[in-house]
Ligand binder design. Sequence first.
Ligand code: NAP
Ligand code: HSE
Length: 433
Amino acid sequence: MANGEVTVALLGGGTVGAQVARIIVENADDLAARIGAPLRLTGVAVRDLQKDRPGIPADLLTSDAAGLAASGADVVVELLGGIEPARELVGLALDAGSSVVSANKALMAQFGGELHDKAEANGVDLFYEAAVAGAIPLLRPLGDSLAGDRISRVLGIVNGTTNFILTKMTEAGADYDTTLAQAQALGYAEADPTADVGGLDAAAKAAILASLAFHTRVSMADVHCEGITEVTSADVAAASDMGYVIKLLALADLSDDGTGVSVRVHPTMVAESHPLAAVREAFNAVFVEADAAGEVMFYGQGAGGEPTASAVLGDLVTAARHRVTGSLGAAASTYNEVAILPIDDAVTAYYVNLDVEDVPGVLAAIAQVFADNGVSIAGVRQDGKGEDARLVVRTHAAREGAMSATLAALRDMGTVREIVGAMRVIDTPGVVA
Ligand code: NAP
Ligand code: HSE
């Protein structure tokens, strides 16, 4: 700190950066009162200096991102997105003794360990509340408020774009491409929306959540990831007929013996009575199950410039207060180092929809395949008859590996004409059946 001010360098002036700059300028007096010293924006790094940027003072714009990152500002706020040059610039800032606030889930999910080590070595803060679920206070509650509890599962909707698309497909039978374009126009989607629809954005967030919840380092590569590109209108309609909605869920759960954690992202049939089923449009919601707290749910806006800026500002105020008082937030807690389980060891219930021959013995043979692979059936229903016969099988929770083997064996049966659909399912709040 110099001259009684907390200096702030902003890397990025796009959807989120522009809102952060605006709030710093518009709320200057309140922020100064909360921090104990005024904030002074020293620069905003962008690529294109000619672009019109209402709310950002023109004299602060620079294309020299590296110079700004290494300028020794009290706090450097990284809102560029992507891995490079964000990783290099955050490294420069930490080495220059600046605390860093970032909204970059991809960066933190892949290089969080390296950057936390650098922050610790330099005695500065590294905060990234906005990287997961936009405006929703989630990382600080996990890392601080629940720090005395034992978390067993984190389960939620953490990607606004896909939730927006699935909501429109469910409620209006909307066309996928039109809805994706709408999500992009509203500023929810990443620059490259394949990260949203392919599940990678949610996978990065799942890695960050699992690291905090289980005090272990979980990176992007540890997360099993399936997006929504294969979800069809027919899947959505079939789920609806059975009283479910399809959601892209991020899940991280501890094995029963506490020695392993499974982290995954996949479309899931969620019972309409489950609170997550009511999370519509681009909203996000995360359930946390902990021994003493029980079930805790966080809900709010997970994307968009202003909501995300709110979380960035929260981190900025905290980091700035620490500069004023000469203190530091807690370092990353990674003492636990539990094993990351392969997807085959995840445990989940399934709905399987089969197009079958309608002759005596078919149901018994199919049930035998489930039994041979150790998958317990919770219920079976036949729809239609003759050429139109369909069997819908609901399983109890089983190992994914056993379920994959079951599906492979069903595919080989002459009496099974087609596996029309197979999807994980949850019924009870916070419990994967
Ligand atoms: P964006 O609109 O694409 O803005 C990125 C900004 O960074 C732009 O101003 C761009 O400059 C600048 N930039 C990129 N590369 C640069 C470089 N090499 N040198 C200098 N400037 C560079 O992205 P955003 O939506 O604001 O997202 C920012 C971060 O927030 C990302 O990590 C994203 O994942 C995260 N986030 C976004 C949301 C959301 O809803 N948008 C929600 C949560 C988290 P130009 O303007 O000149 O192109
Ligand atoms: N593209 C992301 C989403 C933005 O759709 O949720 C927040 O990370």
